[in-house]
Every structure is written in C-alpha cells, then in structure tokens.
Design a protein around this ligand. Structure first.
Ligand code: FES
Ligand SMILES: [Fe+2]
Length: 441
C-alpha cells in the first residue's frame, strides 16, 4: 500500500514533477527509428513525459525532437514542411533545424537578426539498435547512454517492438516484476500433467506460490523467485528492475542473452512499451530451450495484433483488441483451455493492468508476500526521487552506463546454494555461456 501522496509522487511524470524530473536525468527511448523511415519523411507526433513533441528526420537523416508549438505564435510544427535540413512552420515560414536553431524567418525584413536570438526547444537524439533515444534533462553535455546489451546488437541481429498501454507507467512496469501472476493469468489453465517433467514450466505450474528473495543493486533491484524443482534443486527465476523504467523478466534460461523492456511514460495515463530483443528470442518467434518446457497442445498461442499507426498523439502502436471490446474475451475458451479467454500473454498483461484504471490508487491495495519486489522497487524509486529533490543527488545508473550490463533468466540451483554468488557470471551481459545455452543440468 502507498499513501496517496507517495502514489502521486511515483506516478506523475509531467514537466516539473519530481518523478518527471528524475526521468529527465536519463536518456529515454522516445520512438522507433522505423517511425521515421527516410530523410524528409512525414513528421510524427510524440507525446513524451507529458510533453507534446514533433519528431522529424531531416535531409541529412538526423532525427530532431522539437516542441510542438512553433516558438513564433504557436502553430503546430506537425503541419510543417520537412525540407532542406529543417522543419518549416507553415504559418509564417519560420524554419528550425534538429537542434532547435532558427534557420530562416522569411516574414521578417532581411536586416533583422531576430532569428539568431531565438531557439525552439529541441532535445538531442541518438539512434541505436532501432531506437531513437532522447535526452530531455538539464545537462549541457548529456550523460552516456545505458549499456543495454539488447540495444547494442549488430544490424540484422535485433528486433524492437512497441505497444502503447493505456495506463500509468508504474502499474504497467509492476506487472513485469511480479512473477507469481504468470501461474494464473498466463498459465492458469495448464494442467501440470500435460507438461513435460523436469522443465521450468512444469515446476512453475506445479507450484504457483513461489518464495522471493530481493536485493538492491547498483542499477535498481533484482529478485529471485524460487520453488521446488527436481530432488535436491530449486528452480530460480531471476529478474531485474533497472532505473528508471526498464525490466528484464526471467523469460529465458539464465546465461542466454536477455531482452530489455522499457515502460516509457508518454504522459501520466499512457505508456509506450518498447521491447528490445535479439532476433529470434522476442515473444513467440522464440525457439524454446528444452529446459523451459513446451506449452501443452491445448495452449493456444495468439499473437496480438497491433493496428497501423495514425498521426494522433495516442495513435501509435495501439492494440486491435482493447478495453472497448473487452480485449476480445472469449468466454467459451475461458471455460475450457484458457484461464482468461484473452488471446496472448501480452494482451493478458495489457488487459489486467489497464483494468486497474488509468492511475491506480495504491492506497486501496493489499499487498502480500508475493509483492515483495514491487515494494522494493517503489522504495528504491521513492528514495531516489527524494534524494534528487532534496539533495540534488544524481539517481542510480545515470553516470554508470556499465551497470546496465546484466541479464535475467531461470536456473536450477542446488538447495542451500547462495543464489547471488552462484549466478554472478551468468547474470553478466556480453559473456558467452555455452554451458547454459542448451545443456540440461
Ligand atoms: S506560428 Fe510558426 S511561423 Fe508563425
Ligand atoms: Fe504477464
């Protein structure tokens, strides 16, 4: 449970709010490179941390993220002409480059030097791994980008996907650090007998009430959720929260390359999920490891459909099934082989987190022992935001890109093993672990 004050502190991200100020210390994944497919292409409306911005790719291919309202008299630069190295407002022709410099003010007399005195608010952008990153913070020289392995793969070896979720960023993120829901929401209708013995999935559906160990880390927090496995062993699911809004769920075998999921606040009630993965390990394109266990034949995998983007502020990466049609719930299916009747793991997560309301009032919740990671992450965020506000302390990870070099995943450890020491090297990114890749213990 959180007080309404703390709930507001964590969930509000607009300009000038404490959490918005914390997030602005970091580079932020703002949009996908593919949304701006070529030089001088159509601009895109991007709502980010409650600020309406216009993204454009100039004639040289550089990406700009500029204030929506033209600094002259406020016409939207979305309608601008994106041409010859800048975006030109169609109202009176003022033109701005990706850095916000005013290049032209054609309705002023030629001798006027007004254009040299004026700048549009524009945030620096960097493209990496299919993602356009932006820095909206106070520093003249931005900090380094976080060293996330999944965003640092060579061209052709990565996938990025995006989906908008219509709720606050924190309740979306909290679904990712709450492993016990998987045994119900996603796997609740799976009969353990249908799953191959001695696999992660079998252990997970045989015991749906794991115990948790949680630790603070330099980059945020880590949990290990454990339950009995084969005799003498525990099955550990180890997963990460990384400041300010990243997760690495324990989807794979620990030691394999992990994807990273970003829950980027568009505003207080809309969140852009950006998933960064190695090609072939994202979602359902993934070839399962023998240790993970196959879903039984009765388990219907559905790939939820994302609608084509519109130009609306909230028209990017919407799901076809949504609250308006109760996420396509199929009650007959729910009575038989699906726990939810809702198609696909991602859509199930979408449905429950959106159903909590746009910003859940956490003074109404009743947390149990399975919520220990959620409690820890909130505590970490609250402490960081208070230290930033009161003492100006830079929050975790901003100046330590290397702390983001981590992985997540599942592993069998002998009972009594020290889970942190035993997994230290397996949790390191950029390290090959052939022993954990396909071999069974
Ligand atoms: S409002 Fe943009 S040029 Fe006048
Ligand atoms: Fe889930």
């Amino acid at each position: 449970m959180l007080s309404q004050e703390d709930n507001a502190l964590l969930t509000r991200v607009g300009p000038g709010t404490p959490m918005g100020t914390l997030m602005r210390q970091y580079w932020i994944p703002a949009l996908l490179s593919s949304e701006l497919p070529k030089p001088d292409c159509d601009p895109v409306r991007v709502m980010l941390l409650g600020e309406p911005l216009i993204a454009f790719r100039d004639s040289q291919g550089r990406v700009g993220l500029i204030q929506n309202h033209c600094p002259h008299r406020g016409a939207s630069l979305f309608y601008g002409r994106n041409e010859e190295g800048g975006i030109r407002c169609v109202y009176h022709g003022w033109k701005f480059d990706v850095s916000g410099r005013c290049l032209d003010m054609p309705n002023e007399p030629p001798e006027s030097d007004f254009k040299h005195k004026l700048r549009a608010r524009a945030y620096p952008c960097v493209e990496r791994g299919g993602v356009v990153w932006t820095y909206m913070g106070p520093r003249k020289d931005p900090p380094p980008l976080p060293d996330l392995e999944a965003n640092q793969l060579p061209e052709g070896q990565y996938e990025v996907t995006a989906v908008m979720r219509e709720c606050n960023w924190l309740q979306a993120l909290e679904g990712d650090i709450d492993t016990s829901h998987a045994g119900f929401l996603h796997w609740g209708a799976i009969d353990p007998e249908e799953v191959e013995p001695d696999t992660f999935l079998r252990y997970a559906v045989e015991n749906r009430a794991p115990r948790y160990a949680v630790v603070d880390t330099e980059y945020g927090a880590m949990y290990g959720a454990y339950r009995p496995a084969k005799p003498g062993y525990l099955y550990w699911r180890i997963a990460q929260f990384l400041f300010p809004f990243y997760t690495q769920p324990p989807e794979k075998v620990l030691g394999r390359r992990a994807g990273t999921r970003a829950w980027v606040p568009m505003d207080d009630t809309h969140t852009l999920y950006i998933g960064m993965f190695q090609t072939g390990i994202g979602h359902q394109s993934y070839r399962r490891h023998p240790l993970e266990g196959q879903y039984p034949p009765s388990y219907r995998m559905v790939r939820p459909e994302v609608l084509p983007n519109t130009t609306d502020w909230f028209g990017r990466f919407r799901m076809k099934d949504n609250a308006a049609n109760d996420y396509g719930i199929d009650r007959a299916w729910q009575r038989t082989t699906s726990y939810t009747g809702i198609g696909g793991i991602f859509l199930e997560d979408q449905a429950v987190t959106e159903s909590m309301g746009p910003i859940y009032d956490r003074s109404q919740e009743h947390l149990g022992t399975a919520d220990v990671m959620i409690i820890r992450v909130r505590r970490r965020l609250l402490a960081a935001v208070r230290r930033l506000m009161q003492e100006g302390t830079v929050p975790p990870g901003v100046d330590q890109p290397e702390v983001y070099r981590v992985r997540s995943g599942g592993i069998l450890l002998p009972e009594g093993a020290d889970w942190i020491a035993a997994t230290e090297s397996l949790r390191q990114a950029y390290v090959e672990h052939p022993e954990s890749t396909w071999a069974r213990p």
